[in-house]
Structures are given as structure tokens and as C-alpha cells.
Design a protein around this ligand. Structure first.
Ligand code: NDP
Ligand code: 8X3
Length: 251
């Protein structure tokens, strides 16, 4: 019987690469994101690998939308084995004193509250079945801080704390919880952070080999593939050229 994985934020980057790799490894997929067209594209691609896919537009910041998403989910899909809490973003790189409050709201609402809204719907399903694996995508920004990272770092430190709290509560129900903390991965991340400024975004990844989304997907799959009694608590995964947050050796 195939396993079911729910990947949030599957229209791009790490989420898309994870959905793709899981589909190729015998998982059926539940996918969400805000961009309907891109959701359709990834749905079609995954079906080509033989996966069954349930894809629906969802903004994880909207509590009512999250509830409706789960109310609409056909029963078969509620037996989910894996949740990858991936949807997230950084907005801006301003100082605290010059910070944009809309950016702060967006990061807090997506990275913390969105992750909580989705998890709140999934956890009872897993608890009832006494089985499941939650993978939370944190960041090196959740382990360290860097100039201008301020609120983004705060949200990712929160993700780290939430992962540890989930692990504390869910082990009793045989549910595994893993936190994945990547350094720089070349995705749409910087384009989003710099609000569509492609030139500025490109510079983030110039002069060194950043991680690619599939590096993180492979790490997630490895966590999932461990024997049932093994929980990978966390993995911090960095480009070799980035030994610490905010430090990159460029050639
Ligand atoms: P991308 O911008 O490439 O992808 C982000 C994904 O999240 C998209 O699919 C986007 O879909 C989705 N998303 C954003 N906001 C929402 C929302 N409100 N509701 C639903 N989906 C949403 O970035 P990455 O793949 O790099 O980022 C994925 C995760 O990895 C994030 O949590 C990020 O913080 C984390 N991360 C990234 C690193 C990097 O260097 N790239 C390093 C460390 C961690 P859509 O726009 O269609 O809604
Ligand atoms: C993003 C990690 O180092 O690119 O979460 O800011 S970094």
C-alpha cells in the first residue's frame, strides 16, 4: 500500500522538489500553495510518475481556509503518513528600526501561524492512527542569527522550538518529528525576499555552490526511510561555502 505525504508550499523550491522525490519513491501526495497554475503543473508532473495527487489552492495564513481544506479532503487522504511543513518565506532584509510591519506580519503569519494551523488539523489524524511523521522546515536562521535576518530568524527559531515541543508530545503516539535546517538553497526564496528584484536575488547565489532544492528533498526522504524506532531529531545542512549564517566564501 502506498504512503500518503502532505507537502505544504509545493509550487516551488524545496516543497516542489520534495513532492517530486516522494512521488518517485512510491508516495501519493497532497499538495497546496497559493498559485493555482503552478499547482496544476506539479500535479500533472507527479501523476506522470504514477502518483495519485490531491492538490488544492491554500493560503496557510488563513485559518478558515485551512479548516475548509481539511473538511473537503476525501476520507482516503486523511490517512496521511507524512506532513512536510514547508510553506514559508523571508520578506525583506531591513533593520529592526527600519522594518516593514507588513513583512513582519507575513513572516509570522506564514512561518509560525500557518505551520500551526496545518499541524493542528493533521496531528489528531496521526494521533488516532498512532502513526505518522512530521517534518518541519526550519533554517540555519532558526539556529543562528545574521544582520537583517531579525524577524525571519525569530520565526525560524520558533519553528525549531515547535518541532521540539511536537516531538515531546507526539512520541507517546508513535509519531516522529524531524526538524530540517538548511543554509542557502537556490530557489525562489531570495526573489520573494527581495520582492521580485531578480538582479539582487541572483547575487545571493553568485560565486559559490549553494544547495539545490533536491539536496533538502533527499535529506527529508532519508529521515522518512529510517526504521520506525529511529527518529532523526534534526539535520542542519549547509553549503560547504557557508560555514555559518550570514558568512559565505565567494570565489
Ligand atoms: P520558494 O519561495 O521557492 O518556495 C516557497 C513555497 O512556499 C512556495 O511553494 C510558496 O507557494 C509557498 N508558500 C509561501 N507562502 C505561502 C502561503 N501563505 N500559503 C501556502 N503556501 C505558501 O522558497 P523555498 O523553497 O526556498 O522555501 C521553502 C521553505 O524552506 C521555507 O519555509 C523557507 O523558509 C525554508 N528555507 C529556505 C532556505 C533557502 O535558502 N531557500 C534555507 C532555509 C530554509 P505559493 O507562492 O504558490 O503560495
Ligand atoms: C534561509 C537561510 O542562510 O539563506 O533560511 O538566510 S539563509
Amino acid at each position: 500500500m502506498k504512503k500518503i505525504a502532505f507537502v505544504t508550499g509545493a509550487t516551488a523550491g524545496i516543497g516542489k522538489a520534495t513532492a517530486r522525490l516522494l512521488a518517485k519513491n512510491n508516495y501519493d501526495l497532497i499538495l497546496c500553495g497559493r498559485r493555482k497554475e503552478m499547482l496544476k503543473d506539479i500535479e500533472n508532473e507527479l501523476k506522470g510518475y504514477g502518483a495519485e495527487v490531491y492538490a488544492a489552492k491554500l493560503d496557510v495564513r488563513k485559518r478558515k481556509e485551512v479548516e475548509t481544506f481539511f473538511e473537503d479532503l476525501p476520507d482516503r487522504w486523511k490517512n496521511m503518513d507524512v506532513l512536510v511543513n514547508n510553506a514559508g518565506l523571508a520578506a525583506g532584509l531591513d533593520s529592526f528600526a527600519g522594518g516593514n510591519l507588513d513583512d513582519w506580519d507575513q513572516m509570522v503569519d506564514t512561518n509560525i501561524k500557518g505551520l500551526l494551523y496545518v499541524s493542528r488539523m493533521v496531528m489528531p489524524l496521526m494521533v488516532n492512527r498512532r502513526s505518522g511523521h512530521i517534518v518541519n522546515i526550519g533554517s540555519i536562521a532558526g539556529k543562528e542569527i545574521y544582520t537583517g535576518g531579525n524577524v525571519y530568524c525569530g520565526t525560524k527559531h520558533a519553528v525549531d522550538a515547535l518541532s521540539r515541543s511536537m516531538r515531546r508530545e507526539l512520541a507517546e503516539f508513535d509519531i516522529r518529528v524531524s526538524g530540517i535546517h538548511p543554509g542557502a538553497v537556490e530557489t525562489e526564496f531570495s526573489l520573494v525576499r527581495f520582492k521580485g528584484d531578480a538582479e539582487r536575488s541572483k547575487k545571493v547565489y553568485e560565486g559559490y555552490q549553494s544547495l539545490v532544492a533536491n539536496d533538502i528533498a533527499e535529506a527529508i526522504l532519508w529521515c522518512l526511510n529510517q526504521p520506525k524506532h529511529v527518529n532523526i531529531n534534526e539535520l542542519t545542512i549547509m553549503p560547504l561555502a557557508q560555514p555559518a549564517a550570514g558568512v559565505v566564501f565567494k570565489k
